[in-house]
Ligand binder design. Sequence first.
Ligand code: PLP
Length: 383
Amino acid sequence: MNIRNIPFGRPMVDEAERDAVMAVLSGTQFVHGPVSKEFEAQFAARAGTAYAVSVSSCTAGLHLSLLVNGIGKGDSVIVPAMTHVATAHAVGFCGARPIFADVDPVSGNMDPTALADAIDGDTRAIMVVHYLGLPCDMDRIDPIAASAKAFVVEDCALAVDAYYGDRKAGTLGLTGCYSFYPVKHLTSVEGGMVTTNDEAVAQAIAKHKAFGYDQMLGQRAKPGIYDVDALGYNYRMSEVHAAVGLAQLDKLDAFQAARKENFKRLKLALSEIAEVTVFEPVIGKARSSHYCLNAVLPRDGSISRDLVVSHLKEAGIGTSVHYPRAVPLMAYYREKFGCQIGQFPIAEWLAEQTISLPVGPHLVDDDPEYIGATVKEAIARAK
Ligand SMILES: Cc1ncc(COP(=O)(O)O)c(C=O)c1O
């Protein structure tokens, strides 16, 4: 077998993105301009929400979603134990306390029963993370949120174009927060977007991403004159970043079709390996955005993930782990809240016994079958 070079993800940019960037750089407006406005308009249309506000990252979007809706000191916010730290950090940025809930072993999404148990008298919001792009069980989560009088923020970092019934992820909560980090479904190099149907929330996020200005650049009657009525941040997306994102939107249908097909082929190739199970891309009403394929090793630890991953690496196959530790067991959170090993068994198992395999549009020819065959070889050796 020839060794290949298949990274976990590769940004798919060509002349279209380069030309778009050069067009911005050939002008004079690098921020507050028409390109980010157009990116927002096209993204909102695709997501199916009335508003989309561009931001500098998904993390910034998560932070602002909580902040502008009043989350602060004394509040608690429920966060799944298995997610990127960004979801929990956003809570801490507001001075509030994240309370972690374990996840479901079949989907990796927040377990509604654990969510209900985690809610306390201070709970004001719930961070719903669509794990690897599969929407959470909102039919069970919504009533729990309603009875706690908590609003829902969706972390859609990996859930572009994922569906729950006939609705897209990002339209299910008060806001949906997307990431355009280089290896995501689409990239703006760095960047993010917040979608919402609530006009006041969209306006508050737009204000807080730009210092708290009372009038944006284009709205000022007297040039250079503005007031500031909020403690805002600089979380803006530049025109250069927006130009890349906008060019990527034109290609997104093709990217998504390739992901779906690669996922299907890799899943088939893995189906003959008894020791590996795969997170299903469709569960009930939820349909995944196929961010990656999560190969799950036996829970008894009989197969060393390290050995499998290093064999794949030798064969030129890049992998990732989502995520390498349950968030409450990351050093910062462990120190702050004193969580113990064994408190979030499913999240801990996913952190230790799963491998994220590539299915992005950068795969060519029979790459999915090559990855499947190499996993098979690796498992045989790791036994
Ligand atoms: C679930 C989740 N949320 C948030 C983020 C952070 O996104 P960003 O890098 O755009 O801030 C990530 C990053 O991968 C993620 O996986």
